[in-house]
Ligand binder design. Structure first.
Ligand code: NAP
Length: 275
C-alpha cells in the first residue's frame, strides 16, 4: 500500500509525454493516489505528428489504470473559470474529493527581452502562470476545508527565486506564485491545508528544449553550445528529468511532509545565482 492510498490528486498541464505534469501524475498514482489528469485542449507535436491533448490525457489515464491505479482525464484550461467548475464537478462525481492539487500548468509564451515585451504578452503570461493557479486554488480550498485538510503544490521555477535574462514575464509570474503559496500556507494552515512551491531548474522537457533553441538562435550559436553555457552554472552540469521534480512533489504531497508548509523546494542540480 502506497503512502497516498485513498487520496485524490488533481494535476494541471499533464498531457505532454515528456512533461513534468505527466511525470507527477504517474508518480502520485504509483504512490496510491487516484489521479485527475488535466490539460487545456490543443495540439502537442510528437515525433513530427500533431496529437490532440485530450487523446494524450486519455492514454495517460488508461496507462495508470493498466497498472491498477485510478485515473480520470478532464479538459481544463486554468484561465477559464467555467472549466475549473466543470472539472471539479467531474472530479467530485468520480472520486468524491480533492486531497492534493498540483498547479503544474505553465508557459514560457510571452517571455522575451524586457524592452520587447508587450502588455499583451505580459497579460497572457500572468493568466496562465499566476491567475489560473490562483483561481483553481480558490475553488479547491473550500473542498479541502470540508474534508479537513489537503496539500497544494505549486510548480514554480528557479525563475521564482532568481532571474535569467530574457524571461521577464515568466520570471515575474513565477515569483508571484511563491507569494501565492506562502499566502495559502499562512492563511489555511489552520484548516490543515499545506502549500509549498517546487522550483525546478533546467528540466529536459519540450518547454526547456524550445527555450534552448530560442536562445541558441538569438545568440547565433549551436544549441549544444547554448546548453553548455546554460548548464555551466549547474553544479551537476546537466539538465534534470521530469521524474526528479515528481519525486519532490510526492514528498510534499505525502505524510513525510506533514510539518512542511510555505517553503520553496529547489530541484536544480545545484544552481548558484544567488538563490
Ligand atoms: P510543458 O510540457 O509545456 O507542460 C506545460 C503544460 O501546461 C502543457 O501541456 C501546456 O499546454 C499546459 N498549459 C499551458 N497553458 C495552459 C492553460 N491555460 N491551462 C492548462 N494547461 C496549460 O512544460 P514542462 O516543462 O513540463 O513544465 C511544467 C511546469 O514546470 C511549468 O509550470 C513550468 O513553468 C515549470 N518549469 C519547467 C522547467 C523546465 O526546465 N522544463 C523549469 C522550471 C519550471 P500547451 O502545450 O497547450 O501550452
Amino acid at each position: 500500500m502506497g503512502p497516498l492510498e485513498g487520496k485524490v490528486a488533481l494535476i494541471t498541464g499533464a498531457s505532454a509525454p515528456q512533461g513534468i505534469g505527466r511525470a507527477i501524475a504517474e508518480r502520485l498514482a504509483q504512490d496510491g493516489a487516484a489521479v485527475v489528469v488535466t490539460d487545456r485542449e490543443g495540439l502537442c507535436r510528437i515525433d513530427g505528428q500533431d496529437r490532440r491533448t485530450p487523446d494524450l490525457l486519455d492514454e495517460l489515464a488508461r496507462a495508470v489504470e493498466s497498472r491498477g491505479g485510478r485515473a480520470l482525464a478532464v479538459k481544463l484550461d486554468v484561465t477559464r473559470p467555467e472549466e475549473i467548475a466543470a472539472c471539479l464537478d467531474q472530479t467530485q462525481a468520480a472520486f468524491g474529493a480533492v486531497d492534493i492539487l498540483v498547479n503544474n500548468a505553465g508557459s514560457l509564451a510571452g517571455s522575451d527581452n524586457f524592452l520587447s515585451t508587450t502588455p499583451g504578452q505580459w497579460q497572457a503570461s500572468f493568466e496562465v502562470n499566476l491567475l489560473g493557479p490562483m483561481m483553481l486554488t480558490q475553488a479547491v480550498i473550500p473542498l479541502m476545508q470540508r474534508q479537513g485538510g489537503g496539500r497544494i503544490v505549486n510548480i514554480g521555477s528557479t525563475g521564482s527565486l532568481g532571474a535569467e535574462a530574457g524571461f521577464g514575464a515568466y520570471t515575474t509570474m513565477k515569483h508571484g506564485l511563491t507569494g501565492l503559496s506562502k499566502t495559502i500556507a499562512a492563511e489555511f494552515g489552520v484548516d490543515g491545508i499545506l502549500c509549498n512551491t517546487v522550483c525546478p531548474g533546467f528540466i529536459a522537457t519540450d518547454m526547456h528544449n524550445a527555450a534552448n533553441l530560442r536562445l541558441a538562435g538569438e545568440n547565433s550559436i549551436p544549441v549544444e553550445e547554448m546548453k553548455r553555457r546554460r548548464y555551466a552554472n549547474v553544479a551537476l552540469r546537466d539538465a534534470g528529468l521530469p521524474a526528479d521534480v515528481a519525486n519532490a512533489v510526492a514528498y510534499l504531497a505525502g505524510p513525510q511532509a506533514n510539518y512542511v508548509t510555505g517553503i520553496n523546494l529547489p530541484v536544480t542540480g545545484g544552481v548558484p545565482c544567488g538563490i
